[in-house]
Design a protein around this ligand. Structure first.
Ligand SMILES: Cc1ncc(C[n+]2csc(CCOP(=O)(O)OP(=O)(O)O)c2C)c(N)n1
Ligand SMILES: [Mg+2]
Length: 325
């Protein structure tokens, strides 16, 4: 990991955000295993460097389009983890009053345009937000996060074509974790890199090591600057990997290629662990890192308690805030 150009405060900030994501989801997984969580959750574990690196390049008022695997995006934007945890347990104090759950987690106050259960569904939404920003001249940019699977949806191609033609301030971040549920992207796509598709739309497409938060951040900064200066969209493909199955109920080990060897190879490149090692080697003592982790741990335990203590929504609210035809 090349730390050139980054100071200790920045490294600590990246580490804190990634460690918070990791610990947050470990607790979500526990909730699921204990049967405390309604529905399922798609965990972002392993992919933390992508959201952390990209979101650090944004302004407070920029927009984010998120996916079914959205916890990491929200944490990286500084969303309230108490409200997130309560939402995941279906509680009244959650971001969507417990009615969205993990897959529809929102934080409008952080520019999150919604997590989206429709694969590729938020690509046009983020593109629309970028159009609004350009039309109103607000200087905001929009980031659209989505997976390798989503890059084979029509929405990807249609949105990028339009964004390119209109030079919209949007950054398309492909979280290429190699799989869309059990489908291996290498079996359903005939380009080496998904970012290579950018050439067809006349925009830059870059491939980045999605396990290296600083590498992601460097590319995100360039793309954001370009978008804000009227240069139009960029595709950033982050090569990454998810530790768990597609969701918490999927063991995720039945694929020909997604076997123990492949998993071990990627886990050896854990974005959280690797940044920890770099900080220890170059900048900090073990005790200092432990102290940072303890602070995050306290926040996580508070969030768990907050979520457990929060009441369920009252039955009289069953039809409020929901679309009823
Ligand atoms: C339009 C649509 N098609 C199919 C599905 C079912 N589905 C849910 S997640 C998923 C895979 C998505 O893969 P990818 O885009 O790579 O994201 P990842 O889960 O790997 O983060 C599929 C096919 C869906 N939710 N929406
Ligand atoms: Mg995928």
């Amino acid at each position: 990991m090349d730390t050139k150009g980054y100071n200790l405060e920045q490294l600590k900030s990246f580490y804190t955000v990634m460690y918070r994501m990791r610990r947050f989801e470990e607790e979500v997984f526990e909730f699921y295993k204990k049967g405390m969580m309604p529905g399922l959750a798609h965990l972002y574990m392993g992919e933390e460097a992508v959201a952390a690196g990209v979101c650090a390049a944004l302004n407070e008022d920029d927009f984010i389009g998120s996916t079914h695997r959205g916890h990491g995006h929200l944490v990286a934007r500084g969303a309230d983890i108490n409200k997130m945890m309560a939402e995941i347990l279906g509680k009244k104090d959650g971001y969507s009053k417990g009615k969205g759950g993990s897959m529809h987690i929102m934080a409008m106050d952080k520019g999150i345009l919604g997590a989206n259960g429709i694969v590729g569904g938020e690509i046009p939404i983020a593109t629309g937000a970028a159009y609004t920003a350009k039309y109103l001249g607000t200087n905001q940019v929009a980031v659209s996060f989505f997976g390798d699977g989503a890059s084979n949806e029509g929405t990807f191609h249609e949105s990028i074509n339009m964004a390119s033609a209109w030079s919209l301030p949007v950054i398309y971040v492909i979280e290429n974790n190699l799989y869309g549920i059990s489908v291996d992207i290498r079996d359903v796509t005939n380009v080496e890199n998904l970012a290579d598709r950018a050439i067809g739309y006349g925009i830059p497409g870059v491939v980045v090591d999605g396990m290296d938060v600083l590498a992601v951040h460097r590319e995100a900064e360039k793309a954001v600057k370009r978008a804000r200066n009227g240069g139009g969209p960029t595709i950033i493909e982050c090569k990454t990997y998810r530790w768990q199955g597609h969701h918490v109920g999927d063991p995720g080990e039945y694929r020909a290629r997604r076997n123990e060897n492949e998993k071990a190879e990627w886990m050896a490149r854990c974005p959280v662990e690797n940044l920890r090692k770099v900080m220890l080697a170059e900048y900090m003592s073990e005790d200092e890192v432990l102290a940072m982790e303890a602070t995050v741990e306290e926040e996580i335990q508070n969030a768990v308690k907050f979520a457990i203590d929060s009441p369920y929504p009252d039955v009289s609210e069953a039809y409020t805030d929901v679309f009823v035809e």
